[in-house]
Design a binder for this molecule. Structure first.
Ligand code: FAS
Ligand code: PHB
Length: 389
């Protein structure tokens, strides 16, 4: 088999890139390790930057997003049993859109099916070959058969645990990592959200986040230990702990219910440099990970897709290879700013083991300065709604 671009990974990065390439008349095959149903069963991001919404519009798959997504022009920050609101649109004329990553991925799969894009599921033993030559290829096994796909480029959209990043030689790759000493226990519940906007809370018992998917579907998180297990948390235990971590004004109106999904995610910051090698490009979680506190994971994958799609379009349509040559430099410039913001939000809002009294006062001062200072709020707003591509 031959194609122009092989995309490894059928998550949001790979699907969005595949749709944009298809619309530009560039042929791509997507290789996905799981089934479509499995991919859609993962509950992940919930907040979309304006840039991602724009890419979905550009890809022609934003109809449901525009109809069912909720625009938020502010967020609540809570600490010391009190809270304050940051109005994003006081500082930048862009809201964020609340629309689950699951729905983004569903819309992209539906669109790919409509246009007849080639997607292979339950793909095993993916191997990238000859990536530094003019004739790269990808081999894999599908339904027990070995397949070799010759191509011009390989896009590694296969997430943190994929194979693409390893195709960059260890003596070429530089990996930057910070593992946080806690995780997030997340619950999805068929209950109305506690507040119409997100509530980020720093409490003496740890971080909590009140989010949502729609007016009857809520998403809540509490900071937990790295060693914790969902088996340690009954629904009632989770709700009791969440109530202890958010201001009483919200706790008193929290509607609880059965958890329809419960999971624990580890928190880390990670960046691989470079994000390209020969004819291989890394995109999304294959290249970088952020703690979800700043809602930057999916959104930074989207900016990678923007740079990579435009580079490939420039190569194939304009016969200009300057974009593909500078992809990594351009993508990393924005990636590191998202890493910084995610680290800053995480440091400000979580309780760290062995935090000294001085550390706690600094955290308190950070929150007080954010509450009082418009420039501090502007900086949060500009980063939260999304830096320009
Ligand atoms: P993904 O990991 O989504 O997709 C990669 C795809 O590649 C997967 O479908 C996988 O099956 C496939 N794959 C892997 N190896 C392969 C191989 N060898 N061959 C073929 N296919 C292969 N971000 C936020 O902004 N907010 C959040 O609240 C949030 N919560 C998260 C919770 C968890 C548990 C995780 C893991 C991530 C979370 N994220 C969150 C980040 C998340 O949304 C990612 O940024 C987003 O999924 C990135 O999309 P992709 O780059 O497509 O990677
Ligand atoms: C979510 O709704 O899942 C969500 C929202 C904002 C975050 C993280 C997760 O910062």
């Amino acid at each position: 088999m031959r194609t122009q671009v092989v995309i490894i990974g059928g998550g949001p990065s790979g699907l969005l890139l595949g749709q944009l390439l298809h619309n530009a008349g560039i042929d791509a095959v997507i290789l996905e390790r799981q089934t479509r149903e499995y991919v859609l069963s993962r509950i992940r991001a919930g907040v979309l930057e304006r840039g991602l919404v724009g890419l979905m519009e550009q890809a022609g798959v934003a109809d449901r997003l525009k109809k069912e997504g909720y625009e938020h022009d502010g967020t609540i920050m809570a600490y010391d049993n009190r809270s304050f609101r940051i109005q994003f649109t006081d500082y930048i004329d862009k809201p964020v859109t609340v629309y689950g990553q699951t729905e983004v991925t569903r819309d992209l799969y539906d669109a790919r099916e409509r246009v007849g894009g080639k997607t292979l599921f339950l793909v095993e033993d993916v191997v990238i070959e000859d990536i530094t030559t003019e004739n790269p290829a990808v081999t894999c096994r599908v339904d027990g058969e070995t397949l070799r796909i010759e191509c011009d480029y390989v896009c590694g959209c296969d997430g943190f645990h994929g194979v693409s990043r390893q195709a960059i030689p260890a003596d070429v790759r530089r990996e930057f990592e910070k593992v946080y000493p806690f995780g997030w226990l997340g619950v999805l519940s068929d209950t109305p959200p506690v507040n119409e906007e997100l509530v980020y809370a720093n409490s003496e018992r740890g971080f909590a986040l009140c989010s949502m998917r729609n007016e009857n579907l809520s998403r809540y998180y509490i900071q937990c230990s790295q060693e914790d297990s969902i088996d340690n948390w009954s629904d009632a235990d989770f709700w009791d702990e969440l109530k202890r971590r958010i201001p009483e004004s919200y706790a008193d109106q929290l509607v609880t219910g059965d958890a329809i999904e419960k999971s624990i995610a580890p928190l880390r910051s990670f960046v691989c440099e470079p994000m390209q090698w020969g004819k291989l490009f890394l995109c999304g979680d294959a290249a970088h990970i952020v703690p979800p506190t700043g809602a930057k994971g999916l959104n930074t994958a989207a900016s990678d897709v923007h740079y990579l799609f435009n580079a490939l379009r420039q190569y194939y349509i304009d016969k200009d290879s300057s974009g593909v040559e500078s992809y990594s430099i351009k993508a990393l410039a924005r990636v590191w700013k998202a890493e910084r913001f995610s680290w800053w939000m995480t440091s400000m809002l979580h309780r760290f083991p062995n935090q000294s009294d001085f550390d706690l006062r600094i955290q308190w001062a950070e929150l007080e300065f954010l509450r009082e200072n418009k420039s501090a709020q502007a900086s949060l707003a500009i980063n939260y709604v999304g830096l320009p591509y």
